[in-house]
Design a protein around this ligand. Structure first.
Ligand code: NAD
Length: 512
């Protein structure tokens, strides 16, 4: 296993030098205008990174706007070729970048590598897409006329991302935005700035090797104040923001106030319905991975299990047994199933949620705790826990970003679907059943109200080929596959008159 300084060296970021394509400096000294990034794995400081100043931000946006003039006129398949090379560079750096993701964010090494794989996959998808940015042709009602639509890039796309997917979410946005002809400015989470700098270095080298002017990919480091520079800036045509519902409500309002476009990917409160017709062993894997994977810090983490009364006792016994076998510890050690939470504030949020749950009447069948002692010195390791609750408890309605699993019993499928839908969020959902009628009912218009609805798969772990996102307080945005690319472009309807008269639509006469 490599040391982290070796990983940083391999990624060319040991010195945190200014990257090629931005006006901002990363710096390396602690101070009021710097962010110190600590690993939740062992509590060690990884680096100090300088926060972008308002003056630096201006430089970045000006450079980005200039770069757009060049980038938009490059044929889309040529832009796709650059993204193809980016995918190749990610293949080269997969182990190093995946290790850094795991160390800075705290997810397992397998998941860190998986995140980089997701970046590679979206690059492949975007390369194909660069030859498929199709518009429709329509039949005109007027003789000698042709009507069609085409898609043009928007300009500067601002990407605000969350800590839990420190690199993949950026690539979902940026790979598509680039082939569509946009330039991007990325404000990563202030909790994971070092992985973002590593990504910027990787793409900067690709652009440089191809003689692309600076400013197509830009990185600004900072917290919400830096994010607000972009959300209030009408030069940023689209803000794609991933994070909490609280953040989304602020960003949505700020962008709407200037009539800009926003794409919001916010919190979830995801449930699996375990039917009496489920394969219980398969359901167990889906439920446990969904609840404890990434220490419950995925937007698609399983927060609630809605279990049929006929299988409730047998399934909960299996769950309790499985939880007793979980290994909690350093996520870079592949024997561990559960790593740390991102920081001590997240640990406080976990403890607070447990207290609130108990106060509302929740009964814990697997108790939670903060782990102490050797291997847990960062203070960020907690025990995944399970509570029997009612769906309408305030704490159950709220997304707690930690491995707390709530159990709810049901009698009829209609009741289970109502329980599943009866939360403010609408991201991911699943039913475990071998009964076709139940499965189809769950997927029907009267079924799940979420953006993602699965059968015999858990709530977490989406593929890049589908459109990803959710409804209600999850924000309504869609990213990644299917036709999500349309969010990064503007649609233009074109009508061409090749006749020698000027007929008006709807038969209106206007003779001079
Ligand atoms: P967060 O809301 O605290 O921060 C997310 C990002 O928004 C950060 O970069 C932060 O600096 C920025 N930000 C916060 N307030 C802002 C403001 N007013 N203006 C501009 N920028 C602002 O979220 P987090 O703790 O980093 O991530 C966890 C949350 O993200 C969870 O709720 C999770 O469900 C959600 N999430 C959703 C998806 C999805 O696709 N739906 C994916 C990943 C994470």
């Amino acid at each position: 296993m490599q040391t982290i300084s070796q990983v940083l060296r391999n990624l060319n970021i040991l010195e945190l030098n200014p990257a090629y394509s931005t006006g901002a400096v990363w710096g390396s000294s602690s101070g009021s205008n710097a962010i110190d990034s600590y690993s939740p794995v062992d509590g060690e400081k990884i680096a100090s990174v300088q926060v972008v100043s308002a003056a630096d931000y201006e430089k970045v946006i000006t450079k980005a706007a200039d770069a757009f003039l060049f980038w938009r006129s490059m044929p889309a398949p040529k832009r796709g070729e650059i993204v193809r090379q980016f995918g190749d560079a990610l293949r080269k750096y997969k182990t190093d970048l995946g290790t850094l993701v795991s160390y800075e964010m705290g997810k397992s090494l397998q998941e860190g590598l998986g995140e980089v794989q997701e970046m590679i996959d979206i690059c492949d998808f975007a390369v194909g897409l660069s030859r498929q940015l199709y518009g429709l042709t329509m039949h005109s009602e007027r003789p000698g006329h042709r009507m069609y639509e085409q898609w043009h890039p928007l300009g500067v796309v601002g990407i605000i991302s969350a800590f839990n997917f420190p690199v993949a979410v950026w690539s979902w946005n940026t790979a598509l935005a680039w082939v569509c002809g946009n330039v991007c400015v990325w404000k990563p989470s202030e909790k994971t700035p070092v992985t973002a700098i590593a990504c910027q270095h990787i793409i900067a080298d690709v652009f440089k090797a191809n003689g692309i002017p600076e400013g197509v990919s830009n990185l600004i480091i900072g917290d919400k104040i830096t994010g607000e520079l972009m959300t209030g800036d009408s030069r940023v045509a689209l803000i794609s923001a991933t994070g909490s519902t609280r953040m989304g409500k602020e960003v949505g309002v700020a962008v709407a106030a200037r009539l800009g476009k926003s794409l919001l990917e916010l919190g979830g409160n995801n449930a699996i319905i375990i039917s009496e017709h489920a394969d219980l062993d398969m359901s167990l894997i889906g439920a446990v991975f969904g609840a404890v994977g990434t220490a419950g810090q995925r937007c698609t983490s399983t927060r609630r299990l809605i279990i049929h009364e006929n299988v409730y006792d047998v399934f909960t016994a299996k769950l309790v047994k499985a939880y007793a076998q979980l290994h909690i510890g350093n996520p870079l050690d592949e024997h561990n199933h559960v790593g740390p939470l991102i920081d001590r504030a997240a640990v406080a949020g976990y403890l607070d949620a447990i207290e609130k749950c108990k106060a509302e009447g929740g009964r814990f069948i697997v108790e939670g705790a903060v782990l102490e002692g050797p291997g847990y010195t960062s203070g960020c390791y907690v025990k995944p826990c399970i509570a029997e609750v009612e769906n309408d408890y305030k704490i159950v309605q709220h997304e707690t970003f930690a491995p707390i699993l709530y159990l709810i019993k049901y009698k009829t499928l209609a009741e289970a679907i109502a329980l599943q839908n009866n939360v403010p969020q609408g991201l991911s959902s699943a039913i475990m059943t071998l009964n076709l009628r139940e499965a189809e009912q769950f997927l029907s218009a009267a079924g799940s109200d979420c953006g993602i609805a699965n059968v015999n798969i858990g709530t977490s772990g989406a593929e890049i080929g589908g459109a990803f996102g959710g409804e209600k307080e999850t924000g309504g945005g869609r990213e990644s596959g299917s036709d999500a690319w349309k969010a990064y472009m503007r649609r233009q309807t074109n009508t061409i008159n090749y006749s020698n008269t000027l007929p008006l639509a709807q038969g209106i006469k206007f003779d001079l």
